[in-house]
Design a protein around this ligand. Structure first.
Ligand code: NAD
Length: 440
């Protein structure tokens, strides 16, 4: 099927490449000329495992193309996906739909046939209705309909998630849209991936409910980790003990420095905004947002506490900047408030991330960037693990300790055990582990 993808970011590019791999004819459209020029030259604008090869293979077979020209992108398309960004609006946390509505207005003018327009972007309940109204207002061909197909892929595992999804949610209020989406996802359907057909509004809300629930889970285990520290229990074992219960599940029960990324922070805020407008209280999600904000803000205090309360003049090595491993995405990363506060406290910061340096540098003026963990450790009073990249899981702690001036290891991802850190003569401060705690 001829499909257009408007917006060629993390979601649009991965979805476009995977749809092409299913055998569809895809044109990915983006306003960003640099991005499209890079893609045409075979360069990926994002760091995502496996993406470069997938894109190259499908470009070579003539199934995947890139353009900045919307009319060219949608010519002859039976389905058009919208995968532009929906960031949080400054001030009220509402999803900023400027990019979506702008794309729809431009689209209405160039559609050459009745088309199914599908939002893949995460959009608040009722956005599909507004898109339908704009399409009609701007003179889109009669018979053009609007569906919702929220995306659940995770950065860092995006291709595997897209090709082996836990479920596909399709919100459509008409038979044609349902039929087209079934055809698009036929290869996954054949693979027995559950496809859930719902009303459009239900699909829109399902995405926010999913992200809010995962955010709740993370904040829950973070608070349990604090309690563990206070009562000398081990949160790793508590998480395993509860996660083996199928009703709970073991995923998203890893304590950390607070959730970040391009989705949970903005989607929880947007859900709260929707609820406020609907006059319905969402106390659990509101509290989760507060807990997470406080957690991110408290991480520098943990580092200071581990250093005996003083940051001024200290040299701190930071391992990991991206909001999670296997991505270069720095959006709302917990490393940003942490490093900013460390610098404000008078410390110097030397940081290393395997992929996110380019994205991180403009966001962290004042920090120094190193090329490897050894350089980060050189002369450091403390090392802080912020992102659990695989390559930080088997560090030579003895070698790192020898390069350091001090002996503090603050492990905000519980990658190491106290025993192995102590064997390397490092004083260990994890999250929710028995023994000395850096909780303020
Ligand atoms: P992104 O910022 O990486 O990409 C968006 C792209 O859209 C940019 O390249 C931008 O140039 C382009 N764009 C904006 N307006 C355009 C227009 N009028 N025409 C053509 N291109 C235009 O964003 P993303 O992370 O891919 O997220 C896209 C949507 O998917 C968001 O709603 C997000 O919440 C949702 N989502 C993201 C993830 C994720 O892991 N990143 C997962 C699930 C859902």
């Amino acid at each position: 099927m001829r499909i257009a993808m408007i917006g060629t970011g993390y979601v649009g590019l991965v979805s476009g490449a995977c749809f092409a791999d299913f055998g569809h004819q895809i044109i990915c459209v983006d306003k960003d000329e640099g991005k499209i020029a890079a893609l045409k030259a075979g360069k990926m604008p994002i760091w995502e495992p496996g993406l470069e090869g997938l894109v190259a293979a499908n470009v070579a077979r003539g199934r995947l193309k890139f353009t900045t020209d919307l009319a060219e992108g949608v010519a002859g398309a039976e389905a058009v996906f919208i995968a532009v960004g929906t960031p949080a609006r400054r001030g009220d946390g509402h999803a900023d739909l400027t990019f979506v509505f702008e794309a729809v207005r431009e689209l209405a003018k160039v559609l050459d046939r009745p088309t199914v327009v599908i939002t893949k972007s995460t959009v608040p309940v009722g956005t599909g209705d507004k898109i339908a109204a704009i399409l009609a207002e701007e003179g889109a061909p009669a018979g053009t309909t609007v569906a919702s197909n929220p995306e659940f892929l995770r950065e860092g595992a995006a291709i595997a998630d897209f090709k082996h999804p836990d479920r596909i949610v399709v919100g459509a209020d008409d038979d044609r849209a349902r039929h087209i989406l079934k055809e698009i996802y036929r290869p996954l359907f054949l693979n027995k991936a559950p496809i859930l057909f719902t009303g459009r509004r239900t699909a829109e809300l399902t995405k926010y409910a999913a992200n809010a629930f995962l955010a709740v889970k993370i904040s829950f285990i973070n608070e349990i980790a604090d309690l563990c520290e206070a009562v000398d229990a081990d949160v790793q074992e508590v998480a395993r003990g509860i996660g083996l219960d199928n009703r709970i599940g073991s995923k998203f029960l890893h304590p950390g420095p607070g959730y970040g990324g391009s989705c949970f922070p903005k989607d929880t805020l947007a859900l709260l905004h929707t609820a406020r407008e609907a006059g319905v209280e969402q106390r659990i999600v509101r509290t989760t947002v507060e807990v997470n904000d406080a957690r991110k803000a408290s991480m520098a205090g943990r580092v200071a506490a581990a250093l005996g309360g003083e940051l001024a003049g200290k040299r701190i090595g930071v391992l990991g900047l991206a909001f999670k491993p296997n991505t270069d995405d720095m959006r709302d990363s917990p490393s940003i408030p942490l490093i900013t506060a460390l610098l404000e406290g008078g410390a110097s910061v030397h940081a290393f991330d395997p992929a996110a340096r380019e994205q991180a540098e403009p966001l962290l003026p004042g920090a120094e960037f190193a090329d490897d963990p050894n350089a980060v450790a050189e002369g450091a009073d403390a090392l802080v693990i912020v992102t659990e990249w695989d390559e930080f899981r088997a560090l030579d702690l003895v070698g790192l300790a020898q390069r350091m001036r001090g002996d503090v290891l603050v492990d905000l991802r519980n990658v190491y055990d106290r025993e192995e850190a102590e064997e390397a003569k490092l004083r260990y401060f994890g999250l929710g582990r028995p023994g000395p705690s850096a909780q303020e």
